[in-house]
Structures are given as structure tokens and as C-alpha cells.
Design a protein around this ligand. Structure first.
Ligand SMILES: [Fe+2]
Length: 217
């Protein structure tokens, strides 16, 4: 059984690619390395802190992206059968990843629970470029037969259990950059204010509470 599940969305209604192209001021996202190439291999901790991350995170707070993202969560994600219409929180600002040729996107194989994430979180992964082979996320122990490549085309959003299952990436040998966001949904029934206040995110030091990491729908 596959470790991930894909959902197709309407790219006319949710034009992530065009929006992000404008934000990043490039006309072909998977060739963004030709405009700005990371001079070195990304490393743990520093891997989420490049010029391109700064640019995305700054632009993301503007209306065009927030409306698109919030609309997508509200109208598409929250309506998925797997969420069963239950009351949910969503990640206020999604996490941005960029995986350039001959580089990595995230510095190590991990489970999100290693970094203070609650085990009931539900992960979604949405690429703005096609993601396959060595430019995508791999799920499962890399030394086992269960190691699975998550193939996702633009226009699809993937669900996988990133909190509890090991995942990571490889040296990108595809020649194309991959850019994606990932975001989490948290069923309200598991939310406990005191527990959530005990933990914070690794890079941004945001507390996992409503009004910071989480927002109400
Ligand atoms: Fe992760």
C-alpha cells in the first residue's frame, strides 16, 4: 500500500504556480536555479534560511498568496472526505521548500514529531513544479524496501503521515528545481492549550498555539 495519497485540484481556481512565479519574479519555477543557484549544499538548520526562503516568506504574507492559500484550505482541503467534516485548525503560514539540482531541500531524514509536532497532525504537500525521482520527498526508512518515492504533479496535493513516518530527500539529479509548500491540519479535538504551549517550531520559534502556528478556519 502506498504511503501517500493524491488529490487533484483545479489549477485555474487555485493558480499556485502563476502566483508563486510572480512572487519569486521568475517565469519558470523549475529553472529557478538558473536565476539564483545556492552556492553550497544546504545543511541542517540553515537549510530553511536562504535568500529564496526569505523572499517567499516575505511575499507570502501579501494578500494575493494568503487569499489563495486560505481559500484552498477552506474550500478544498477541509472538504476532503478523510477529514470527515470535523473541526480543524490549519497551519497559519505554510512551510516553503526548494530543492535545487545537486542539492537537498531538507538536511536529514526525520519524523516531524522529532521537532515538537503533535502526532495527530495531518500533513499535506503541494508542489508548484512536478516532483519525481530525486527531486521529491521519499517516505520510509531509506535502508529498507519500504522506501517510497512520492510522485506528485503540479495540480495535485499529497497527504502523507509526515509526523509519524520517516521522510527525507536525496541529492537532486533531475536537473530541475522543485518548489513546494507543506502545511498541516490539526483536528481541534486533540488541541490542548497547555500542551501546545510547551513546544515551538525549530526555525521560526513559533509556539504551536492558535494565533501563532495554528489558525482557526
Ligand atoms: Fe518533515
Amino acid at each position: 500500500m502506498s504511503k501517500y495519497k493524491l488529490f487533484d485540484f483545479d489549477t485555474t481556481k487555485y493558480p499556485f504556480k502563476e502566483t508563486v512565479e510572480k512572487m519569486m519574479e521568475v517565469n519558470q519555477l523549475d529553472m529557478i536555479h538558473e536565476v539564483f543557484n545556492f552556492p553550497e549544499k544546504l545543511e541542517i538548520i540553515k537549510d530553511q534560511n536562504t535568500i529564496l526562503h526569505d523572499k517567499f516568506y516575505k511575499e507570502m504574507k501579501k494578500e494575493e498568496f494568503t487569499e489563495l492559500y486560505q481559500g484552498f484550505v477552506r474550500e478544498f482541503i477541509s472538504k476532503l472526505d478523510m477529514l470527515g467534516g470535523e473541526e480543524i485548525l490549519y497551519q497559519t503560514f505554510p512551510s516553503f521548500r526548494i530543492h535545487q539540482p545537486n542539492n537537498i531541500a531538507v538536511g536529514q531524514y526525520h519524523r516531524d514529531s522529532d521537532f515538537g509536532h503533535n502526532t495527530h497532525e495531518i500533513n499535506f504537500w503541494l508542489p508548484f513544479t512536478n516532483a519525481w525521482d530525486t527531486n521529491t520527498v521519499w517516505i520510509g526508512d531509506p535502508d529498507s524496501n519500504e522506501h517510497e518515492c512520492m510522485e506528485v504533479n503540479y495540480g495535485q496535493v499529497s497527504y502523507f503521515d509526515g509526523v509519524n513516518s520517516l521522510h527525507g530527500n536525496k541529492d537532486n539529479l533531475t536537473g530541475k528545481s522543485r518548489m513546494s509548500i507543506d502545511f498541516r491540519i490539526f483536528p481541534m479535538k486533540y488541541y490542548n492549550q497547555q500542551d501546545q504551549e510547551q513546544t515551538e517550531t525549530l526555525t521560526q520559534k513559533k509556539k504551536f498555539v492558535i494565533g501563532e502556528y495554528w489558525s482557526e478556519l
